[in-house]
Design a protein around this ligand. Structure first.
Ligand code: URA
Length: 262
């Protein structure tokens, strides 16, 4: 890429203005003062400096949705040598899972390299909801559905209100759908255990506005532009949310720091 294009893509000047910066002796490439306006640089390999400050091209983010299979860990590496979610997506550009799904949970896992977005998606302030399809042992009665929806006590702290509905009861098992806005460790399993029902299958079918749909287990796809926009919308603080808080309550005590764009 020609140096003036590189400098303008970094947002420091127009292409014409970039030539002036070079003529003024303010640009170095790989440690040497640049004199030739027609120099070509290779992004990621050549080191370009303006007034001694390294300039990098703004990163284009990658947003993938993986249908995580069972028996896979949601970490970059596993000391026990088990297969990890990174093995199911291309190695480059490098992406990271947004939050975690248990080893024995399948379904929608966002894999992205937009750190700011990942931080916001997991931050309690934005209350991004996650929907799970759950199968439990036994018949879950309606009164326990209401108990789960209102919140149950997990280690001395009540879970936030959830949306819970029965999909099927066959006398031996119950299939239900549950949407939660928190992300406590093994939360769905522990909520069901707390009302006396063991989870035998757990699948996440939606993360905020992103639906798993019919994506095959073990495969991934890129999010569409509309889906990325929907993620931004879901993680933008809206004035209305302040009105939604009960009177006399404060915003989340955990601070949210908006990060500067790269
Ligand atoms: N709740 C759980 O119990 N496990 C998961 O993997 C996700 C939510």
């Amino acid at each position: 890429m020609r140096i003036n294009r590189y400098l303008s893509a970094c947002g420091v000047a127009s292409r014409r203005g970039a030539e002036t910066l070079i003529e003024d002796g303010r640009v170095k490439v790989n440690g040497s003062l640049l004199k030739d306006l027609a120099t070509f640089v290779e992004p990621g390999r050549d080191r370009v400096e303006l007034d001694g400050k390294v300039l990098n091209l703004p990163q284009e983010f990658t947003y993938l949705l993986l249908n995580k299979p069972l028996g896979v860990v949601t970490t970059a590496s596993d000391p026990e040598g088990r297969s990890t979610v990174l093995g199911f997506v291309p190695p480059k550009p490098r992406v990271f899972p947004v939050g975690r799904l248990d080893f024995e949970t399948s379904g929608a896992l966002l894999m992205i390299n937009d750190g700011g977005m990942a931080h916001r998606l997991l931050h309690p302030q934005f209350k991004v909801d996650k929907q799970y399809e759950v199968t439990v042992q036994g018949t879950l009665p309606d009164d326990l559905v209401a108990t789960l929806a209102n919140g149950v006590d997990l280690e001395g702290r009540k879970t936030a209100p959830a949306q819970v509905s029965i999909r099927e009861r066959d006398g031996r098992r119950t299939k239900l759908s549950i949407s939660i806005r928190e992300g406590r460790n093994r939360q769905v399993r522990r909520m069901l255990e707390s009302v006396g029902h063991e989870v035998i299958d757990l699948r996440r079918v939606r993360f905020g506005p992103i639906e798993l749909g019919n994506l095959k287990e073990g495969t991934y796809r890129s999010l569409t532009e509309e889906e990325v926009k929907a993620l931004h919308d879901a993680t933008t603080f809206k004035r209305q949310q302040a009105h939604d808080r009960p009177k006399g309550t404060k915003r989340s005590s955990r601070p949210f720091h908006r990060k500067r764009k790269p």
